[in-house]
Design a protein around this ligand. Structure first.
Ligand code: TXA
Ligand code: MG
Length: 352
């Protein structure tokens, strides 16, 4: 299949979105930007489109998709009930980087929900995404537009790397703002439960629901084999660069020392060694082939924004061994470390 790659210019926007919407209506796939990461979209009410999404990503079919809608009023027909917590959360955080899990209606095919009786729904804030949904006149099922297991795409060209030849169209709307996927909250129970940490943080959610819960697997990350997270996608290895990655957790000074020791030990093997560092520490490494900064450690928004791009760069550079700093302070640390630990397949070295 030939993939049409369109860099969106304001003057051509209407025409391009119209064409993209027609592809979606016909059951085809279009990648588009959202404020979190790029999505790989198909008609969420068409089971064949959902099957195509799984095939294009190489994604296990038990890992459900998120339905993207442009207005709250479109949700009613997709769910069997709208719980009180959903109303409160949607008023506060939609449009935005939040996904809610509710009980699905019969309209939503099981292919879209990975066989579950619940459905994930999000109203994105990105204007291109919302215009596309409106034009397509259907909820758009969209996982992140990466090949399953790879870092989520934050630029149009990342999508091209993974999806060229697999889908009809890629809309390049520039770099995304946030860079981490939405916070997922299950509102089917009595008390809302966070299933995936994101830009909408636990602290923000606690202001509305002081009793809010968190999926067990987020509290104490363990090996993949032992975990049974409520969001099926959370159990898979994900975001991973091709090289072997090891995270160092501990005080910043000791982490730098320890990574340097590890570099000097490993150098003899002749592997390409890279370090994931910060603006503050990037000059402090000796002997690595590449040192990539994800930004300043006091600017967590920057780290979130850059993380997936940097993880992808390790592949471009041919890194075979990657040593990573960790980010334990600040409100976004949970979301950032959740992605980073997965990228490393939970290979973590604790110092102190
Ligand atoms: O920011 C985002 O959420 C991006 C953009 C494109 O909107 N999308 C995204 O989709 O991250 P994806 O497919 O990469 O991740 C969706 C996650 C998976 O972990 C999946 O298991 C979970 O949502 N999920 C979807 N439906 C669910 C359900 N009914 N119950 C529990 N988890 C669900
Ligand atoms: Mg994903």
């Amino acid at each position: 299949m030939k993939t049409e790659y369109v860099v969106l210019e304001k003057e051509e926007e209407r025409e391009v979105l119209k064409k993209a919407a027609e592809i979606l209506k016909r059951g085809g796939l279009v990648a588009f930007p959202t404020e979190t990461v790029y999505g790989l979209g198909g008609d969420g009410l068409n089971s064949d489109s959902s099957k195509k999404i799984y095939a294009a990503k190489g994604r296990p079919s038990d890992n459900p998709l998120i339905l993207h809608v442009s207005e709250i009023s479109e949700i009613k027909r997709l769910v069997s009930e709208i719980p009180r917590a959903a109303k409160i959360l949607s008023e506060k955080f939609w449009p935005g980087p939040m996904t809610l899990i509710m009980k699905k209606s019969d309209l939503v095919p099981l292919e879209t929900t990975g066989g579950l009786e619940t459905v994930a729904i999000r109203i994105p804030e990105n204007e291109i995404a919302r215009k596309l949904i409106k034009e397509a006149e259907c909820p758009i099922a969209a996982p992140s537009a990466n090949i399953s297991g790879r870092p989520s795409p934050t630029k149009g060209l990342h999508v091209k790397e993974d999806m060229d030849g697999r889908i009809e169209m890629i809309i390049d709307g520039g770099e995304v703002g946030i860079g981490l996927e939405s916070t997922i909250i299950d509102v089917t129970g009595k008390i809302p439960m966070i299933l995936r940490p994101g830009f909408i943080t636990k602290k923000m959610l606690k202001e509305l629901f002081p009793e809010i819960e968190e999926d067990e697997t987020l509290k104490e990350p363990k090996n993949f084999e032992e975990m049974k997270p409520k969001a099926p996608g959370m159990k898979y290895k994900h975001y991973a660069p091709k090289g072997e990655m090891l995270i160092f957790e501990g005080s910043r000074k000791k982490v730098v020392e320890e990574i340097n020791k590890e570099i000097s030990r490993e150098r003899k093997k002749g592997l390409v060694i890279a370090v994931l560092a910060t603006e503050e520490t990037k000059e402090k490494y000796v002997g690595a082939d590449y040192v990539l900064s994800v930004g300043s450690y006091i600017e967590q928004n920057q780290i979130a924004h850059n993380l997936f791009r940097v993880l992808r760069s390790f592949d471009t550079l041919g890194a075979e061994l990657i040593f990573s700093e960790s980010f334990s302070e600040g409100e976004l640390s949970e979301a950032i470390m959740n992605r980073l630990r997965k990228a490393a397949g939970y290979k973590i070295k604790r110092i102190d």
